[in-house]
Design a protein around this ligand. Structure first.
Ligand SMILES: *[C@@H]1O[C@H](CO)[C@@H](O)[C@H](O)[C@H]1NC(C)=O
Ligand SMILES: *[C@@H]1O[C@H](CO)[C@@H](O)[C@H](O)[C@H]1NC(C)=O
Ligand SMILES: *[C@@H]1O[C@H](CO)[C@@H](O)[C@H](O)[C@H]1NC(C)=O
Length: 464
């Protein structure tokens, strides 16, 4: 639907503007010819470098023929897709729900089942939120000896039917079950940890038909994450069940540098809390590692707080937009059985979700800041496209305390030629009527954001 609209608009635009464009193409062509003839060796080197990077991108549906050197300076993806764990999972960021942000330790099998029901009833499951993840506190305080094997077991008071029965229930709804463990002696809430028990515990999780493991970092026995996390990767792999492996070492050991070989996602920061300060701080830390994310392995700035009550509608909208642009896992952290219409509206914005789930999987990033303490921000990222189109997702984010105009030149976003542009507002759900050829901007409320997809066709290609 959205795609059709884009195409129709582009067609009508190009018809309207055709004579003007044709003239410009001729002028630009002559200019380019002169430019190409006078290209220096250093330019050639840059071009070859850019071409090598775009070959890699082409695999994921990106038009490799564009003159991408300008883009690659801005959206540098030099680490993209180089190290990924090969378990076939996480081609796009995982979507679902996790119990921790709302329920903490007060979780039981009734909450999990009702959440699965609510994900389906609200339409969220259909939009892609399929993982139903139990966080800490599901496990019995001690391992249970079965013959001689000390096995993980559920807490008999809160999960009396057992995890396998819960997995069956969740799978029966077309959803997936996630669970929580710890790469240490104990979990953070002092349930048994898996350090030294990786193989046994992975076998138990696989026998319960669990689909996702969040693996925490408490009681680490002074051993570095790089030594503790691969053991569970190997253990999960040996079960032959496909289990999404979510590494949660809080960013302590710069996981982007090693975790892509180990897990499908890795937390880059300490836990999020339900406040504007926490959310903005975490977004900035996660942004530093943008070039390391890609299909199969994602930076994880922690779960969503949307709907938990500590931020305003505008702040939650910013939180959701930036998480989507950063290709973060979209794991809902509120009580989906009792959502306000505004919470549901934010979480079910399909156009924003589509940016998160884009097949290219390139993490969007902060492009420019201005204003007091850099509170007027422009974030952007490339999306997949079919030639000759190029698509960019853009977020104008006002972190200042008053409403303000935020603008950016097309050049700063990497748009190098005179182009045909359509811009769609992903929160207003409509195309903008008029677009300046030089720059782009909008008035944005305090702590709010605007999010767009800009589609353009470089003139370089429009006459072929
Ligand atoms: C991308 O970043 C790497 C360092 O991570 C740098 O060596 C490379 O030159 C950059 N590429 C471009 C096109 O700017
Ligand atoms: C186990 O690892 C191999 C090699 O990386 C991979 O091809 C395979 O898909 C993995 N299997 C599972 C179940 O993760
Ligand atoms: C960032 O934006 C400001 C204000 O629009 C502009 O003056 C500046 O040149 C931009 N910086 C970069 C590096 O693009």
């Amino acid at each position: 639907m959205a795609l059709n609209l884009v195409r129709t608009r582009d067609l009508s635009l190009s018809k309207l503007e055709f004579p003007l464009i044709a003239k410009r193409v001729r002028m630009v062509s002559v200019f380019l010819l002169i430019l190409l003839l006078s290209i220096s060796t250093s330019h050639k080197r840059l071009f070859i470098e850019a071409t090598e990077h775009t070959e890699k991108l082409a695999f994921h549906g990106f038009d490799k023929s564009i003159l991408a050197s300008k883009y690659l300076q801005i959206y540098n993806n030099s680490k993209y897709g180089t190290l990924q764990l090969d378990n076939g999972l996480g081609k796009t960021p995982p979507m679902g729900w996790n119990s921790w942000n709302h329920f903490g330790c007060s979780v039981d099998e009734r909450v999990i089942k009702e959440t699965a029901d609510a994900l389906v009833a609200t339409g969220l499951a259909e939009l892609g939120y399929v993982y139903v993840n139990i966080d800490d506190c599901w496990a019995n305080k001690r391992r249970i000896l079965v013959f001689v094997a000390p096995l993980l077991a559920p807490d008999p008071n809160t999960f009396p039917s057992g995890i396998k029965a819960l997995a069956d229930y969740v799978h029966g709804k077309g959803l997936k079950l996630g669970i929580y463990g710890d790469a240490g002696q104990l979990t953070c809430q002092q349930r048994p940890g898996s350090l030294g028990f990786e193989l046994l515990d992975a076998m138990v999780l696989a026998s319960w038909e669990v689909d996702y493991l969040k693996y925490d970092n408490c009681y680490d026995m002074g051993i570095s994450p790089q030594k503790r996390y691969p053991a569970m990767r190997d253990a999960l792999n040996s079960t032959a069940r496909s289990i999404f492996y979510s590494i949660c070492e809080w960013g302590v050991d710069d996981p982007a540098l090693w975790a892509p070989r180990v897990g499908n996602s890795w937390r880059t920061t300490i836990d999020i809390s339900d406040s504007w300060e926490s959310m903005t701080r975490i977004a900035d830390i996660n942004d530093k590692w943008a070039e390391y994310a890609g299909p199969g392995g994602w930076n994880d700035p922690d779960m969503l707080e949307v709907g938990n009550g500590g931020m305003t509608y505008q702040e939650y909208r910013s939180h959701f937009s930036i998480w989507a642009l950063m290709k973060a896992p979209l794991l809902i952290g509120c009580d989906v059985r009792n959502m306000s219409p505004q919470t549901l509206e934010i979480l079910s914005n399909k156009e924003v979700i589509d940016v998160n789930q884009d097949s290219l999987g390139l993490q969007g990033r902060k492009i420019n800041v201005s204003g007091k303490d850099g509170c007027l921000q422009v974030w952007a990222g490339l999306l997949s496209s079919s030639a000759p189109e190029i698509r960019l997702a853009i977020v104008l984010w006002n972190r200042c305390s008053t409403a303000s105009m935020i603008s950016v030149s097309w050049l700063e976003l990497g748009v190098i030629f005179d182009v045909i542009v359509s811009v769609r507002d992903l929160w207003e759900h409509k195309f903008l009527d008029s677009i300046s050829r030089d720059s782009f901007g909008a008035e944005v409320d305090s702590h709010d954001c605007k999010m767009y997809i800009m589609t353009h066709i470089p003139l370089f290609h429009s006459e072929s």
